[in-house]
Design a protein around this ligand. Structure first.
Ligand code: NAP
Length: 350
């Protein structure tokens, strides 16, 4: 079902936080989008990442591309994913163009990763395991689908597959490489402030997954919000299982950005006008990632970063936990991941 202005109105009026003073309500978020400070990645000193290994998923456009360019300019060894070989080649050219004037030969590898496919994740893992270790991981790839699309390879709805399950799989695959590093690693999983607008109707995780996998249960925007809520809840479960002295884990949002994310929206929606009026640039979105990474520490292990700082749990995340949505989440998510990711959890006893 394509997104229309009616969907946006439906979202605005049915969302329990729209007309409240909730700090994650849509108006509070819009206020911060306009008024909180947001810089450019070029302000950031990434020299401590020279020769460090950094994995970034979804580096072919938007905020992921800006991060990839910034770390390549800083002399990091950037390992970046693209959905296929052609996209990878275009990305390589962009990075070469970016670093040529600086007389840097970037240490830069593109790995293919289509997150709608378990086979692709398994093949990606085989390549990833060739690296001895990783220092920093930014799981940025994500999708905002405006239609109900089922991934051929997994039989699951695409938003759920990409934004939740494949991110969980990639996080597990990456974490074993972060743990191989003697120094403290960092894992940042990109979610969205829209997680706080999720309004899941099912209290049990398995029931919710079943409903999300049916075409007529939730509108596409609600599916996106729920996928971003679930990935935060899962990230918190992961953070509880991993010693922050070894790997710091957090989640972040770039804020509403003019990127490729809304490419499947039709041309004349309210969202499009709002986008032009309000949005950050992908460079500013990437600045949010880098600021989050700078500020990660033990006290904010498992926390969510938005608009320049780590923030308390949203009402939606707190409610979901209180109502038991997380109770069986860890085990049930594991069962839905490719074997290579399940093995990591088993080997690490998490
Ligand atoms: N833009 C916003 O307003 C906003 C707000 C809050 C949160 N976010 C989150 O920020 C992250 C980055 O988004 P963006 O705004 O930079 O959007 P973007 O320009 O669309 O970038 C998303 C990246 O993810 C990749 N990707 C999408 N589906 C994939 C799949 N099935 N397999 C592998 N890679 C896939 C895309 O690859 P292709 O280039 O091949 O499509 C692209 O590189 C996302 O997680 C998004 O949900 C964005």
């Amino acid at each position: 079902m394509p997104v229309s202005s009616l969907h946006i109105l439906d979202f605005s009026f049915s969302n329990p936080y729209t007309l409240t003073l909730d700090p994650y309500g849509p108006f509070a978020v819009l206020y911060r989008l306009w008024f909180s400070r947001c810089g450019s990645v070029s302000e950031k000193d990434l020299s401590n990442y020279a020769n460090k290994r950094v994995l970034i998923t979804g580096g072919t456009s938007g905020c992921g591309l800006e991060c990839t360019k910034a770390f390549a300019r800083a002399g990091a060894h950037v390992i970046v994913t693209a959905r296929n070989r052609e996209k990878g080649e275009v990305l390589r050219e962009k990075i070469m163009k970016e670093t040529e004037p600086l007389h840097i030969t970037p240490k830069f590898d593109v790995l293919e990763l289509e997150m709608g496919s378990e086979d692709s994740i398994t093949a990606f893992n085989a390549r990833l395991q060739e690296y001895p270790s990783l220092d920093l991981v930014i799981l940025n790839a994500g999708i905002y689908q405006t239609e109900f699309v089922v991934c051929e390879n997994t039989g699951r709805e695409q938003t759920l597959q990409v934004n939740l399950l494949s991110n969980c799989a990639t996080a597990l695959l990456a974490i074993q490489l972060l743990l191989r590093q003697p120094t403290q690693g960092r894992l940042l999983i990109i979610s969205s402030e829209a997680h706080a607008w999720a309004n899941p109707q099912q209290k049990s995780f398995t029931a919710l997954m079943e409903m999300l996998n049916q075409s007529d249960t939730y509108p596409c925007y609600a599916r996106y919000h729920i996928s971003k809520l679930l990935v935060i809840l899962w990230m918190q479960e992961l953070a509880r299982r991993i010693d922050p002295a070894r790997v710091l884990i957090a989640s972040a949002t770039p804020g509403f950005c003019r990127s490729g994310l809304f490419r499947s929206f039709n041309g004349k929606t309210i969202a499009n006008y709002l986008e032009r009026l309000l949005c950050r640039t992908p460079d500013q979105g990437a600045w949010q990632y880098l600021t989050a990474i700078e500020r990660m520490n033990t006290a904010v292990h498992g926390c969510f970063f938005a608009d320049g700082r780590f923030r308390p749990s949203s009402a939606a995340a707190t409610l979901a936990r209180e109502e038991g949505l997380c109770d069986s989440m860890w085990d049930n998510v594991l069962k839905m991941l490719p074997e290579c990711a399940q093995h990591v959890a088993h080997d690490l006893s998490i």
